[in-house]
Write a protein that binds this ligand. Structure first.
Ligand SMILES: [Zn+2]
Ligand SMILES: [Zn+2]
Length: 651
């Protein structure tokens, strides 16, 4: 077992670890550093050290602990390089990454336009990432090889966040990801598995710290907000769009009987809240039940601010209000706009609730808030502008990370003799390491680029031994085998294993490979090896069947102008130039010749006479794209497309 730390070791940011275990190369997370100076774009020094990945010949699997950008921001770059490597994550993580990636694209575009800075990756890379995702359930082992499996276990922290339990014939390794042992309102606490690990990679964000009592902090926040409202002021709560903002909105909902001023959520917060509604089954039952038929977040005078006009109304409006807006450190986004307008009025307040980076305006406020009185004037730098700050300030501890006491208890529970501390500044890691060493643990604090190797005693390890050896003499029937295996959906099996299950004979792997090929409805071939197969989920099977039916119903689709659904569920006009059993290739404006699943086909319009050609008479991609754009603007004008997107309905 070998671990190479590519980033996020002695820092909070750019988390990424390459792990060689059970004969496979796994990449766990690929995040970026978010520093205030560069928060508006993504630059090279924000990336983890990706070189060891290619030196290792590329990963076999990419495993993602949770959606936060410090764990996922660099994934499009890796997937662009290794497009066929499965990226495994929980469903909420997939949904949330989609939103974060769309936001990153928007920011990189505006940066390119304003400052001419080239984006690190484009929309296509981001779409490729979305296509590479394979969602998993909590607590359901996913086999990654003959002697390796991973289980995603709830880690608290934010919706969908997981600890990874890697079991192999080389021993058991647990990657903690970011975790929290406190029940939050928008996510329940971590469920520490009842398992003895050989090695543990543990986050240490709050090493050296003990958290305040959560309920007391909530009440203190509500009491402050009530006083501000009574004095006719407004309160701004800058909050991280993903995680903290949802938590604060849920706290405000829980105390509506004590505080019923209007609440406005602005910035990326809105999109993330809407995504949460899409995976309510992953959220705390109480929270979902409290919403009943209503929206999870937007009810009881809590509203989303949807456009600049509404934002202006909130800013100019004279009545008390609470505004929850991203970013959480006042480094950009809606919270900065509000802060600029609100900071000058001593009746108002800015209330911080989360981690503040060293150079962030939020950290400056944290430093001065103990001595600051409302009304006293202080110069505050916001977004290259100096504003005079006279409003009240406050800070509340509502952390989504375990504190030192909790981290120690997790390490004790998992019993790992080998512990590596990551995701913490040097002080935090030092404090936690000292504490653990006093408990007879062997603790390492790896540097970026460092490789740590273990050899635990080998043990024969039978994964999936429970599956009976088959005794069929008939030809291989993938539907029948899938029916027996569908509770294992998401798991990978080698052709030899499937052959053993069907005929009781692992030597007939070749027959399985030729039966399944690369486009079976029930089993998806692993693109890297083509000799192992993933059991598709029921949803994927249905989708694949639907795609086939649609392609069958449209046998003459090649050369036609069509409306199709892109990976972001937006309607686009394209020209089809290739068709398969369940998919087709089409040229769409702003996208290179690309592959679409059959069910992306919405509406064949008419034959398109011929592909435009260049001066040599060859089909010209750019001319085709231009033609597609022209037609798209006529058939689906921009305002019409925006309407459809606005309504947020599946097209
Ligand atoms: Zn996180
Ligand atoms: Zn993190």
């Amino acid at each position: 077992m070998r671990l190479t730390f590519l980033g996020g070791a002695d820092e909070v940011g750019a988390s990424s670890t390459l792990i060689e275990i059970g004969g496979k190369q796994l990449l766990v997370d690929a995040g970026i550093r978010i520093s205030p100076r560069t928060s508006r774009g993504i630059q090279n020094d924000q990336l983890p050290d990706l070189r060891p990945i290619s030196e290792a010949g590329g990963p076999d699997f990419i495993l993602v602990t949770h959606a936060h950008t410090d764990h996922t921001g660099a994934l499009p770059l890796v997937v662009e390089r290794y497009p066929h490597v499965p990226v495994i994550a929980t469903r909420p993580t997939v949904d949330l990454v989609r939103i974060l990636q769309a936001d990153a694209q928007r920011i990189m575009h505006s940066r390119q336009e304003e400052e001419g800075e080239l984006p690190l990756f484009d929309e296509i890379a981001a779409e490729r990432l979305m296509n590479a995702f394979q969602p998993v359930e909590f607590r359901k082992p996913v086999r990654l090889g003959d002697s390796l499996q991973v289980t995603y276990v709830p880690a608290g922290h934010i919706a969908g966040a997981a600890m990874l339990v890697l079991e192999s014939d080389e021993g058991t390794l647990i990657m903690s990801g970011d975790l929290s042992l406190t029940d939050q309102r928008a996510v329940t606490s971590a469920a520490i598995p009842n398992i003895k690990a050989d090695a543990l990679v543990l986050e240490s964000t709050y090493g050296g710290k003990l958290h305040a009592n959560r309920l007391a902090e909530e009440r203190r926040l509500i009491e402050t907000l009530r006083q501000i409202a009574e004095n006719g002021g407004k309160a701004l709560i800058p909050a991280f769009a993903l995680g903290r903002a949802q938590e604060i909105l849920q706290i405000l909902l829980a105390y509506r009987d004590q505080l019923d001023v209007p609440v406005y959520a602005d910035g990326m917060v809105r999109a993330v809240c809407r995504a949460y509604s899409g995976f309510a089954d992953w959220l705390p039952a109480n929270t979902v039940r409290a919403a009943g038929e209503d929206n999870l977040f937007f009810r009881n005078k809590i509203k989303a601010v949807d456009n600049n006009i509404q934002r202006d109304e909130v800013i100019r409006g004279g009545d008390p209000a609470v505004i929850v807006a991203s970013s959480g450190m006042l480094t950009g986004g809606a919270s900065v706009t509000y802060a600029k307008h609100m900071a000058g009025d001593p009746r108002n307040a800015i209330l911080l609730t989360g981690y503040q980076d060293e150079e962030a305006p939020g950290r400056f406020l944290q430093r001065i808030l103990r001595d600051h009185q409302a009304g006293e004037e202080i110069a505050l730098r916001l977004d290259n502008e100096t504003v005079s700050l006279r409003c009240a300030l406050g800070s509340y501890s509502l952390s989504a990370h375990a504190d030192e006491g909790e981290l120690v208890s997790i390490a004790e529970r998992l019993g790992a003799p080998e512990i590596m501390l990551v995701h913490g500044d040097p002080g935090a890691r030092h404090s936690l390491a000292t504490n653990l060493r006093q408990r007879e643990k062997h603790v390492q604090t790896p540097r970026i680029g460092q490789t740590i190797e273990f050899s635990f005693s080998r043990r024969p390890w039978a994964i999936g031994g429970a599956i009976q050896s088959g005794a069929h003499t008939r030809p291989f029937n993938s539907e029948e085998l899938w029916n027996a295996l569908k509770s294992e959906a998401g798991n990978f099996y080698s052709a030899a294993e499937l052959a053993r299950m069907w005929w009781g004979d692992p030597n007939r792997a070749k027959d399985v490979i030729s039966a399944l090929g690369t486009d079976d409805i029930y089993f998806a071939a692993d693109w890297r090896s083509q000799t192992s197969f993933r059991v598709r989920t029921l949803e994927q099977v249905n989708r694949s069947e639907r795609a086939r039916l649609i392609m069958m119903a449209n046998p003459d689709i090649v050369g036609k102008l069509v409306v199709l659904r892109d990976t972001n569920n937006r309607p686009r006009v394209g020209i089809v130039h290739n068709a398969g059993i369940d998919s087709f290739e089409a040229t769409v404006h702003n996208a290179k010749g690309r592959h679409y699943s059959g069910d992306a086909l919405l509406w064949p319009i008419a034959p398109w006479p011929a592909f435009p050609t260049d001066e040599n008479g060859k089909p010209s991609l750019s001319a085709t794209v231009q033609a597609a754009k022209l037609i798209q603007d006529q058939v689906l004008p921009l305002h019409r497309r925006q309407e459809i997107v606005q309504r947020g309905q599946p097209v």
